[in-house]
Design a protein around this ligand. Structure first.
Ligand SMILES: [Zn+2]
Length: 61
């Protein structure tokens, strides 16, 4: 079965292709990179925790 690599759009085969659905490991890694970057941008890590337990007993002598 022939198919097109979703990254570089070159024709590759599905069978005996360890990198399918991509044509090569390079394209596979590129897709993975896109996916990771997209995920991070979507997730938006804004863990703002206000710590209100910072007034410990200050003992000035
Ligand atoms: Zn490719």
């Amino acid at each position: 079965m022939r198919m097109n690599c979703p990254i570089c759009n070159s024709v590759t085969t599905w069978e005996e292709n360890p990198h399918r659905p991509f044509c090569s490991e390079r394209c596979r890694m590129q897709d993975l990179g896109n996916w990771v970057t997209g995920k991070y941008s979507v997730e938006g890590d804004e863990a703002v925790s206000e710590e209100a337990g910072e007034d410990e007993a200050e003992h000035d002598e």
